[in-house]
Design a protein around this ligand. Structure first.
Ligand SMILES: *Cc1c(COP(=O)(O)O)cnc(C)c1O
Length: 466
């Protein structure tokens, strides 16, 4: 069955490697962790993609999230064609940007004002700058295994041993900067509280203490000040999708919210994946926990490059040109991207859209669980809405808390060799999964029953004899 032609893809990859570092423009595309060279995709339609060698695949990457309607959705494509005929970019304001901002603010209960940018990375980078300016503090806390884009402040991992501050997870990130990023453990509130406490006392500690929260730009509580926490913000994926799918346990997000309030830090939800995917109101609506700032990307661009960050009016008003916090973009609010995004959001409002999508994905998850069980392969399948990850548990599943994957440590104990073999067997059967154990797979509205059944059948085959 592994007789798939790959000659053209291999030739293109060889050429790519001569002129593009690693042959790819984003590392996860490289297929390195599954021991293959990447397929070069030439075309998509619905839930299918075709590569340069003419192989057809059911696509569960869906561009890593944006394509919740599948490839070439007629509404999105129509809006794009229409916008294209009017010009691609003006560097001036357009109606679509206003409509997009209104739509986002109407959809997300915590968002009153929005700024459009060009990527999720830009959104989190800008949100952090804003949070630091608003609180007049420098430190931020992120969670191990959460990904928020590739800018310096967030390419940080936990320091080892006695280090309480973060260390760069990439060369080129200054250690001085890394010291301002602290790393907590996902789903571990006690650990987060300890980290917060280490950075100074909470809001109630001293009468008259200014958190910056009520006072905006008033001076007095800046980092290094005599009293108070130094933590400007806690940034979290409310549903973690970048260490494989890891769900927040009951009370976790509520607890993070409470600790942020206690210490006068802003809570930033990175909803670049979960926004408009877990439901029209994102994870914040699904879990009923309101952040101060929200970062968006992926779906809101309808398949074109977009990001956004938004939140409370009193915070967002600090952004230039209304306020002093600088942030800009030549192509921000690009007419094509906004047109595609608006058409996509419109389609997502259809009655029962998210329920149907979640149901499909649950069917897939159940099918895989049964397949794994029948084959005697220990797995932990995390699923919510249209997101899913099948973690291949190590033989010594005891270190995995009885097979639960709930944080970075339990996720990273997964058997990546086994995932790679599973991936290759699925690819051979025409199913294109994320080429990494530590990514979620994405189901779209275009995945029909036949495609899902084919996928479950393929998984039975792939699990067998792993
Ligand atoms: C993809 C992603 C980002 C980065 O978005 P880009 O558009 O790739 O810069 C940020 N946060 C999360 C949660 C993401 O999944």
């Amino acid at each position: 069955m592994s007789a798939a032609n790959t000659g053209v893809s291999e030739e293109l990859f060889a050429r790519a490697c001569g002129v593009i570092p690693g042959g790819v423009n984003s590392p996860v595309r490289a297929f390195a962790s599954v021991g293959l060279t990447p397929r070069f995709i030439t075309r998509g339609e619905g839930c299918l993609v075709w590569d340069e060698d003419g192989n057809e695949y059911i696509d569960y990457v869906c561009s890593w999230g944006p394509l919740i309607l599948g490839h070439r959705h007629s509404g999105v494509e129509g809006a794009l064609r229409e916008a294209l005929l009017k010009g691609t970019t003006f560097g001036a304001s357009t109606r679509g940007e206003v409509e997009m901002a209104e739509k986002i603010a109407a959809a997300l209960p915590s968002v009153e004002m929005v700024r459009l940018v060009n990527s999720g990375t830009e959104a989190t980078m800008s949100a952090l700058r804003l949070a630091r300016a608003f609180t007049e503090r420098n430190k931020i806390i992120k969670f191990a295994g959460c990904y928020h884009g590739h800018h310096d402040s967030l390419l940080i991992k936990a320091g080892s041993g006695a280090l309480t501050f973060g260390v760069p997870s990439s060369p080129g990130v200054p250690e001085d900067l890394a010291k301002n990023t602290l790393t907590a453990v996902y789903n571990d509130l006690a650990g987060l509280e300890a980290l917060m406490a280490q950075e100074g006392p909470g809001v109630g500690f001293e009468a008259g203490f200014e958190t910056g929260l009520e006072t905006g730009s008033e001076a007095g509580s800046g980092a290094g000040g005599p009293v108070g926490s130094q933590v400007a913000a806690v940034i979290v994926e409310p549903v973690a999708g970048n260490m494989g799918l890891v769900l927040p346990e009951p009370g976790f997000l509520e607890g993070v919210r409470r600790l942020c309030d206690d210490y006068g830090a802003l809570l930033i939800f990175d909803e670049v994946i979960s926004g408009f995917r877990l439901g029209y109101g994102g994870a914040q609506s699904a879990y009923g926990v309101m952040p101060d700032l929200t970062c968006l990307g992926k779906i809101i661009g309808g398949g074109l490059p977009v990001g956004a960050y938004g939140g409370k009016r009193e915070i967002m008003e600090m952004i230039s040109p209304q306020g002093p916090v600088y942030q800009a973009g030549t192509l921000s609010g690009n007419p094509l991207a906004v047109a595609a995004g608006l058409a996509m959001l419109e389609a997502l409002r259809a009655e029962g859209f998210y329920e149907a999508l979640a149901e499909k994905t649950a069917v897939l998850a159940d099918g895989w669980r049964q397949g794994a069980q029948a084959a005697g392969v220990p797995v932990c399948i995390n699923q919510i809405g249209s997101l899913m990850t099948c973690f291949f548990l190590p033989a010594d599943a005891a270190i995995n808390e009885g097979g639960r994957v709930r944080d970075f440590l339990t996720a990273s104990s997964a058997d990546t060799e086994r995932y790679a073999r599973f991936f290759r067997r699925m690819l051979d059967q025409g199913v294109y999964l994320p080429p990494s154990q530590f990514e979620a797979l994405f189901v779209s509205a275009a995945h029909d029953e036949a495609a899902l059944q084919r996928t479950v059948d393929a998984a039975y085959e792939a699990f067998r004899g792993l």
